[in-house]
Design a protein. Structure first.
Length: 117
């Protein structure tokens, strides 16, 4: 199994920036990717950004590209999500996600991220 611990959430004002962190532990040597999803109030969970763990390639949703930056510290099994120029529409619970081979995946507990206008 893989355990995920997220941090960095909390209230932020519109126009501000914030960096979320996620630390993985357990079977981290088998990770294919680490990334972020979010779930806004009343909506389904959606993809934000993902990083392929072998080579650090990053992929973004259309809404996240240019506004969010995913990065990592591979030796610490940590992935980050830098978010800039935030707007209230980005209010959501942000979830860290890990994928292992053969369709195995794990989720963090989620971190609240309200953006005030």
């Amino acid at each position: 199994q893989v355990q995920l611990v997220e941090s960095g959430g909390g209230l932020v004002q519109a126009g501000g920036s914030r960096r979320l962190s996620c630390v993985a532990s357990g079977r981290t040597g088998s990770m294919d990717s680490m990334g972020w999803f979010r779930q806004a109030p009343g909506k389904e969970r959606e993809f934000v950004a993902i990083m392929r763990w072998s080579d650090g390639s990053a992929y973004y949703s259309l809404s996240g590209k240019g506004r969010f930056t995913i990065s990592r510290e591979k030796a610490k099994n940590t992935v980050y999500l830098q978010m800039n120029s935030l707007e209230p529409e980005y209010t959501a619970v942000y979830y860290c996600h890990v994928r292992l081979p053969i369709h195995e995946e794990y989720w963090g507990q989620g971190t609240q991220f309200p953006v005030s206008s």
